[in-house]
Design a binder for this molecule. Structure first.
Ligand code: C5P
Length: 218
């Protein structure tokens, strides 16, 4: 039997990252936050002065990313870039490089490699549609734009990073529009995905909901 996958897709700041990590921990499964790969590609490009529209250069960068994941930290080579990839420049950059089919192709195999026993919890925009179409459990995790902007705002403030609620909201809307409108792997709820709206739900409840789905299908 194939290694089981829980695919969690949804818009920016919907809580996928936190929920995915907690579900993976509870199950003792591997965890893939696929957005980090797009963020790392953007970060490498920005640092090297590569144009964020240059598909050939960006796909070469994506294919050769010296990315490592270590206990929740994200490393590029030996450097811990966990905080830097969360900054707005990388968020916006990630959603720009993600529209390029060559970049998505370059990251395809790397994502599929995370599927290892006893199981994988993978989150992003196209986990259920493109990367793991045969996932046992597919969840479309969302929340209102206001709720998502407020969560992101709190996260940034807690980390001592600069944040403005108004511009976060504006930025989320632009990224949502770009993710939903692109021709390759657009963000959309799959027909076989279960909708989980966390606008007025806390993390514990969302985690419990997903774990119940896994048990039901197990
Ligand atoms: O999930 P996160 O906000 O970290 O993703 C950053 C960006 O990477 C998203 O705005 C989206 O454009 C892109 N992305 C994607 N496909 C994925 C994960 C992320 O296109 N599976």
């Amino acid at each position: 039997t194939p290694v089981p996958v829980v695919a969690i897709d949804g818009p920016s700041a919907s809580g996928k990252g936190t929920v995915g990590a907690r579900v993976a921990e509870a199950l003792g499964w591997h965890h893939l936050d696929s957005g980090t790969l797009y963020r790392l590609t953007a970060l490498s490009a920005i640092r090297r002065g590569v144009d964020l529209g240059d598909a050939a250069a960006l796909s070469a960068l994506a294919a050769a990313l010296p990315a490592r994941f270590d206990g929740g930290r994200v490393l590029l080579g030996d450097e811990d870039v966990s905080d830097e990839i969360r900054e707005e420049a990388c968020s916006v950059g990630a959603s720009r490089v993600a529209v390029l089919p060559a970049v998505r192709d370059a990251l395809f195999g790397r994502q599929r490699d995370f599927r290892q026993g006893p199981g994988l919890v993978a989150e992003g925009r196209d986990m259920g549609s493109t990367i793991f179409p045969d996932a046992q459990v597919k969840v479309f995790l969302t929340a209102s734009a206001e709720a998502r902007a407020e969560r992101r705002y709190k996260q940034l403030i807690e980390k001592g990073l600069p944040a403005k609620l108004e511009s976060l909201m504006q930025d989320l809307r632009e990224r949502d529009a770009r993710d939903a409108a692109r021709s390759v792997a657009p963000l959309q709820q799959q027909p076989d995905a279960v909708l989980l709206d966390t606008t007025s739900m806390d993390v514990d409840a969302a985690v419990a909901f997903v774990l119940d789905l896994v048990r039901d299908r197990g």
